[in-house]
Each structure stands twice: as structure tokens, then as C-alpha cells.
Design a binder for this molecule. Structure first.
Ligand code: ADP
Ligand code: ZN
Ligand code: ZN
Length: 769
């Protein structure tokens, strides 16, 4: 956004990094004479509160007296204290994105801005002064160089090519120099060039062992690339690529990205957090060795994150790849040429605390502001995106109905779990039924690899009294939820305890029922219990460490997950067992069998998206096999073998599933045909929570826009208490986003939501528990 230069910017509206409730759009300050000229997005320090304590913030608006809103007397306005010139200003589009998020998702601007910039950047952690250097391609003709400097050039020439360019400090140490001065002198004299390549990037590039050349696109892929490319120069356009798993969507993205980079513009590539593995990252990095690349994900240290942020903010064509919050990457306003959102249906794009934004939807908004195309892709598009493409005509639909050359469509077999359990003659409970067991054995005999999914952590989720008349089961003391049994390898012995998956409280496993003193029984599902069973079924694999479990308990850090996947890729691990972490994105050709222990975990959630989630899970995990000339088999165990989402996934029938699902949603006035907002009231006293919910409900009904919407009565949430706070919800439904937004704006202007501790507003929620 360019500011008129002739008009003096007397006032600045500043988003301070504090949860200020009464000024949702920011606080207004005077721009004092004598201060450096300020621009939108500048980081500034302002006085706050009675004590005028200095607080950091970002300028979100500049202007004249119109910023005063007539609310405050001009004389009482405090002045900005200073401008921070060491941090690059936020690009104008990112500031406008912040304002849009703040208004659309009902979050104070300060909280919004604070959540958009990594903490490391805001606090200047690991502010990187280090630079990497390399020999200049053309050495200047100098008669005689000082021997010390000659030695530096020779040292760098001996440096392993894979580790060049060389970090200035590393070079200084290697040459045992006291300062960097001689190196910098060589930069000045033209012998060395400074290369903007960071350590993170170097590591990811090194991950690609045999990058291989880009495959020739199939006619289908080519048609999609050409069609999206054709709209590249006509401003904003929205595209949905529906391609089956293994269709080669990534190849489509990479071809589009290449064209954009070659035209001198940058690409923003969003992926779900969990798919940002060295495998995918390396594949992208290998394709564009000559362009800078910034990688933003949770596995980075604070300093690395800061470094990547700086790479993203440097001018010039580059590729920025990252999870949800990378949508805020500081790529310059005129520079963005394309946004890609892979696996657009993924729930991890939604942030579960304020601002509760959806990264995919923010990306659409960013593409609109940047006037560039956005390409969203998935094998199982969200109902929202499908509706936009097929019914509303907002997005152009592109289809890749066939798998890429060399891949085969997996055969999906549904197994009735009730019948399976009968087949085993012993009296033990088996989570791996005979069909899956046989398939796994055959797979390992052929030296194949397998993936087994159960979307539930822990050992077992049900600790109860065997006496039905007593009916006791172990609940969390702080939540309305059952405790889950976990085993942990504590030193030598195996410790068993129970944990609540909502507040993380832990307790001992009781031996006797506290009501009637009978011995308790433990049953239900969990990945640890499946692991125990697989260890028993395949003792040889287990003894050689060839079975690995991947879930939130074993993978505490992204690097552990990445390392496990690398071992799976090398074939050291033969069987990968885990939660939905392993359900998507993985592309390993030797996976011949996929097993789903229970497809029912998602099916029975009290959420209108239960069918959609089940369809996605079964389709995505099945898609992990058949990625070579081995016929892949996916075995889906379920207690509900006739459930439509499971049948549709087995038929590979996304279109049929989506048509039926959307018509159900339309009938009940649910998303995507309507917009939903969920308001949650949380309080330590159940009666108070309920009372506040009823008062809020009444206040909303009295608002102007309430007649244009459905305002449902307050009800207890599906999980009625979490961490000692009782929860009530009010659902709002409106037929258009505009109606929803005007109702929310009215509520906000009455300050109905101002207490963020007490009231959480979730616009377009993706989970309803
Ligand atoms: P998706 O993202 O749609 O699941 P990928 O892009 O990961 O699919 O492609 C699946 C596999 O097929 C990858 O190993 C990829 O290298 C390969 N592939 C994609 N397109 C082609 C092509 N045109 N020719 C040969 N192999 C391809
Ligand atoms: Zn709890
Ligand atoms: Zn009992």
C-alpha cells in the first residue's frame, strides 16, 4: 500500500503485542516531529499504560485525524518512542492480511500480528550476522596477493564442494584468523562472493541423495500446468487440483513453480506441518538449485527460524516452503507470483488458538491481495473447496484421475472386524485380524514394507470395573473424558500409568474399582497395544528393530519423525505403525500393504464432518501403497463394514462421496452450503459458564444481524469440561459469509467477545469437540 507523500502522516495505529481487549484495531499514537519517517509495517516502540512502559508493536495504519475516530482528544495522544531499523518492516500485504484476519476471525489485532511473526524474529534471537562466502567465478587479475589472503583462497578451494559456500566464521576458524577482516577484504577485492545460502537450506539440499531428473509430464499433468499457467498474468485466480493419491500433483506444482521463478517472481508453497519432511523438502530443493529457498517449520531452532525469515524477506525470485504460518512470510508486495496449498483439506491448516485462522483461507486472501494465482491440491478436497469449484464456480477445477506412470491403484479391502475376531481360536483380543496378518506375512516374505494405522495414541483407552451393575470407569479429575493407559520405557522397567489426552494429567493405574473393589479391566485401542501385538506376530522383525511406532508419544520432535522416515526409506524399518502422522504425503515405492486397525475412530466422532474425516483417512492411507509395480493392498478393519464413507473410499469414489455428503449438508444448513461460527464459553464453575452462555445468547439474538442467521441455543460442548473449565457452545449459522460477518461485527462492536479468556470465537471451525 503506497501512502500519499504530500500528506503528513500525523498519527499511527499500532498493534502492540499484548492482548488489549478494548482496542481491537490497535492503539493510536502521534508520530512526533524529528522521528525517522515511518511506513506501514514498521516495528516501533510505544509507551503503554499509566507507567508508559515501552512495548514493541507494528504500525498497521498511518494517517491524519481520521485515525482518532473522534473517540480520543488529540491532545491526550501519546507519541511513538522509536522505530526499530534492524527488523525489516512487514510487507504492506501482510499488514492488510493481519487486519483481515483480525476482523474475519474476531481476534484483537495485537494478538494477530504477534502470532504472525516468529518469536525469534520479534525478539531478535540469533539475529544472523554470519555470511557464507565462496570463490568468485571470475577471479580479479591482481599481481600479488598477501600470503595470508592467498592461504584463505586456497583453503576455500579445498573445502568439500557439498559444504560450500562456507560460513565466514567457519572459514575464519579453519584459517586460524583472529578476525573476519581478511575475509571481508577478499570480498571487497572481488576474490570472494557473499552467497545468501543459509545452513538450514544447505542441510535440506544435502538430504536429496539421488535427486534424479524431472519426469516427463503425462498429457493430463501437462494440460493442468498449461491451463493454470495461462492465467498467470491475469491477476488473481483460484484453482483446485483434484488428483488421486500418487497422481503426480507435486510434479504439477513444481512445473508451475519453475515458470513463476523464471519470470522473476517468488513462490509460496504451503504444506501440512507433518508432510514437511526432508523427503518432500529435498525434492523441491533439488529441483531449484539456483534459487534461494526459505524453509519454515516447527523443527527449526529459534535462530534458524530467524535466519529463514530473513531469506524470505530478501528481494528476488525465491521459493518459500512451510506449514500454516508460512502464509505470513515476508515476501515483498510486488513479488509474489504463485501460492500453492498442498493437501488443502488438512485440518492442521487451522490454528486452534486465537487468531483461529485457516491457513488455506488466508492464502486465498493473500493471493487476492497479491493479484496472483493460488493452486490448492488434494486427493480428498475439503467439502468447502469442492463446493467452491463445482457449485459456486469460484475456483477452477482441474483433474488428475489416474496415478502417475509406474504406479498402480491399490486394492482396498474392507474387513468386518466382528467376523475376523471369531476366526482366531484363542480367547485373546486381537487388534490385527487374520486377513491383515496374512497380508503382512506375504508382504514381508516378498521383502516388501508395510504401513499400519491406528488413529489413537497410548495403550488402551478404557479402564473400567468388570461389574456392569457398578459401571465405574476411570475419568480424568479435570476433564469430562476417560483416562488412557500408557506404557513408558522408564529406565529398565516398563512403567504403566494413565494420562488424560486433553489436559495431560497423569495418574497411576488403579488395581481395584474404587466403588466395589473388584479388579479393574483394561480394554480398548491404542498404538502401543498394536505395537505389542505386532512384536508378538513378527518376532524376527521386532528383534532387529525393524518395526517402528510413530505417534505424538514417540516423536516429540520433528527431527525424530524425519529420521524414522529416512530409515524407512532406506529399508531399515520394514513396518511403520502410527497415527495419522503416517497417513498422508509419504511416497515410498516399496510399501505393498497398508493396514487400518480401526476405521471407526473417526466415524463415531460427534462432529458433522465424521464421514468426511473417515473418507479422507481411509483414502489417504490406502494411497501410501501401490507406488511401484507391486500391486498394493489396503486392508481396512471396521465394525461398520457397510458405512458409506468407508465403502466410497474403497471404490476410490471421491466424486460420488462428495455429491452425497454435500447434499446432506445442504439439507441441514451446514457448511459448505452455510457458514458456521462456534462460540465457546469457558468457566471453572459450570453454572457460571451456563449463565454467561445464556446471557451471550440473548445479547446476540438482540443484534441487528441476528434475524439473518440461525443462533442456536447454548449447549454443553461434546467434551463438557477440559482442564477444570466447563464449556458451553453457541453455534451461529448463516447462508452467506457476508451475513455471518455482519452479525459478528455487530457482536464485536458491542464488545460481546472482549474477554478472550472466557469466550473463544471460532469462525469456520474444523473440529467441534
Ligand atoms: P501426489 O502428490 O499426487 O500424491 P506425487 O507427485 O508424489 O503424487 O507423485 C507420485 C510419484 O509419481 C512420485 O514418485 C513421482 O516422482 C512420480 N511421478 C509423478 N509424475 C510422474 C510422471 N509424469 N512420470 C513418471 N513419474 C511421475
Ligand atoms: Zn484431563
Ligand atoms: Zn466397580
Amino acid at each position: 500500500m503506497t501512502q500519499p507523500t504530500d500528506q503528513r502522516m500525523e498519527y499511527a495505529r499500532v498493534a502492540v503485542a499484548r492482548g488489549i481487549d478494548h482496542a481491537p484495531d490497535g492503539l493510536t499514537y502521534r508520530v512526533p516531529d524529528g522521528l525517522d519517517p515511518v511506513t506501514l509495517g514498521d516495528c516501533v516502540t510505544v509507551p503503554l499504560g499509566r507507567g508508559n512502559s515501552p512495548v514493541g508493536g507494528v504500525i498497521v495504519a498511518l494517517g491524519g485525524s481520521e485515525l482518532l475516530d473522534g473517540k480520543v482528544r488529540a491532545t491526550s495522544i501519546k507519541a511513538l518512542m522509536s522505530v526499530d531499523r534492524t527488523t525489516a518492516p512487514m510487507p504492506g500485504i501482510v499488514v492488510r492480511l493481519a487486519q483481515w484476519i483480525s476482523s474475519y476471525y474476531c481476534a484483537p489485532i495485537g494478538v494477530t500480528i504477534a502470532s504472525m511473526t516468529p518469536t525469534a524474529v520479534r525478539k531478535g534471537i540469533g539475529r544472523v550476522h554470519s555470511q557464507a562466502v565462496d570463490l568468485a567465478p571470475v577471479q580479479p587479475a591482481v599481481k600479488k596477493l598477501h600470503p595470508n589472503r592467498q592461504a584463505i583462497l586456497e583453503r576455500i578451494a579445498r573445502w568439500p564442494a557439498s559444504e560450500r559456500p562456507v560460513d565466514v566464521d567457519a572459514l575464519r576458524d579453519a584459517c586460524t584468523l583472529a578476525t573476519r577482516a581478511p575475509i571481508l577484504a577478499l570480498v571487497k577485492s572481488g576474490h570472494l562472493t557473499v552467497v545468501a545460502r543459509s545452513s538450514v537450506q544447505a542441510k535440506w539440499r544435502a538430504t536429496v541423495l539421488t535427486a534424479g531428473s524431472a519426469p516427463v509430464l503425462t498429457p493430463q499433468q501437462r494440460a493442468v500446468v498449461d491451463s493454470i499457467d495461462a492465467s498467470r498474468n491475469s491477476g488473481f485466480s483460484q484453482h483446485l487440483v483434484h488428483g488421486v493419491t500418487g497422481a503426480g500433483k507435486t510434479e504439477v506444482y513444481l512445473n508451475l513453480a519453475r515458470n513463476v521463478l523464471e519470470s522473476g517472481r517468488s513462490v509460496l508453497f504451503l504444506v501440512p506441518e507433518i508432510s514437511l519432511t526432508p523427503q518432500t523438502g529435498g525434492r523441491i530443493a533439488a529441483r531449484f538449485p539456483s534459487y534461494p529457498m526459505a524453509i519454515l517449520h516447527s523443527g527449526l531452532t529459534a535462530a534458524q527460524r530467524h535466519e529463514q525469515w530473513i531469506v524470505a524477506s530478501r528481494p528476488g525470485a525465491k521459493i518459500v516452503i512451510g506449514a500454516r504460518s508460512a502464509v505470513f512470510a515476508p515476501v515483498g508486495d510486488e513479488e509474489l507470483g504463485l501460492i500453492i496449498v498442498d493437501e488443502e483439506h488438512d485440518q492442521s491448516y487451522k490454528q486452534d488458538q486465537a487468531p483461529r485462522y485457516n491457513g488455506r483461507d488466508v492464502a486465498i486472501r493473500r493471493a487476492q491481495l497479491a493479484k496472483c494465482p493460488i493452486v490448492m491440491g488434494s486427493a480428498t478436497p475439503s467439502m468447502e473447496s469442492w463446493f467452491n469449484a463445482t457449485t459456486k464456480g469460484i475456483a477452477t477445477l482441474h483433474r488428475l484421475p489416474d496415478r502417475a506412470p509406474g504406479l498402480r491403484t491399490p486394492r482396498v479391502e474392507i474387513v468386518d472386524f466382528r467376523r475376523e475376531s471369531m476366526l482366531k481360536k484363542d480367547r485373546r483380543v486381537h487388534l490385527v485380524g487374520p486377513t491383515l496378518e496374512t497380508a503382512l506375512r506375504q508382504c514381508f516374505d516378498r521383502a516388501g514394507q508395510a504401513v499400519v494405522l491406528l488413529n489413537r495414541r497410548g495403550y488402551a483407552n478404557w479402564i473400567a470395573c468388570p461389574d456392569q451393575g457398578c459401571g465405574w470407569n476411570m475419568r480424568c479429575d479435570h476433564c469430562e473424558a476417560g483416562m488412557v493407559v500408557h506404557h513408558a520405557a522408564a529406565g529398565e522397567r516398563l512403567a504403566t500409568f494413565t494420562r488424560c489426552h486433553h489436559c495431560q494429567t497423569e495418574q497411576k493405574v488403579p488395581i481395584r474399582c474404587p466403588r466395589c473393589a473388584k479388579s479393574v479391566v483394561i480394554f480398548g485401542l491404542g498404538t502401543q497395544r498394536v505395537e505389542e501385538e505386532l512384536d508378538r506376530l513378527f518376532p524376527d522383525l521386532s528383534a532387529h528393530g525393524r518395526i517402528a511406532r510413530v505417534d505424538g508419544d514417540t516423536m516429540r520432535h520433528a527431527s525424530e519423525f524425519h529420521e524414522t522416515l529416512e530409515r524407512f526409506g532406506r529399508g531399515d524399518i520394514r513396518l511403520l505403525l502410527g497415527t495419522q502422522m503416517i497417513a498422508k504425503g509419504l511416497d515410498f515405492p516399496n510399501v505393498q500393504v497398508v493396514g487400518v486397525i480401526s476405521a471407526d475412530t473417526a466415524l463415531n466422532l460427534p462432529d458433522f464432518r465424521a464421514s468426511e474425516r473417515t473418507f479422507q483417512l481411509v483414502s489417504q492411507v490406502s494411497g501410501r501403497c501401490g507406488r511401484s509395480d507391486h500391486a498394493g493392498r489396503a486392508i481396512i478393519q471396521t465394525f461398520e463394514p457397510t458405512a458409506e464413507p468407508i465403502l466410497a473410499a474403497a471404490r476410490h469414489d471421491y466424486v460420488g462421496f462428495a455429491r452425497a455428503e454435500i447434499s446432506v449438508r445442504q439439507r441441514y444448513g451446514l457448511p459448505p452450503s452455510h457458514r458456521l461460527t462456534r462460540i465457546i464459553v469457558r468457566h471453572t464453575h459450570p453454572n457460571t459458564a451456563e449463565q454467561i452462555a445464556h446471557d451471550l445468547h440473548r445479547a446476540i439474538l438482540a443484534l441487528d444481524g441476528a434475524r439473518d442467521a440461525v443462533v442456536r441455543d447454548p449447549t454443553p460442548c461434546a467434551i463438557a469440561r477440559i482442564a477444570d473449565r466447563w464449556r458451553f457452545q453457541i453455534e451461529l449459522l448463516a447462508s452467506t459469509p457476508a451475513k455471518m460477518q455482519s452479525l459478528l461485527a455487530a457482536a464485536r462492536s458491542r464488545e460481546l467477545f472482549h474477554n478472550g479468556e472466557l469466550i473463544a470465537v471460532d469462525v469456520d471451525p474444523v473440529a467441534l469437540l
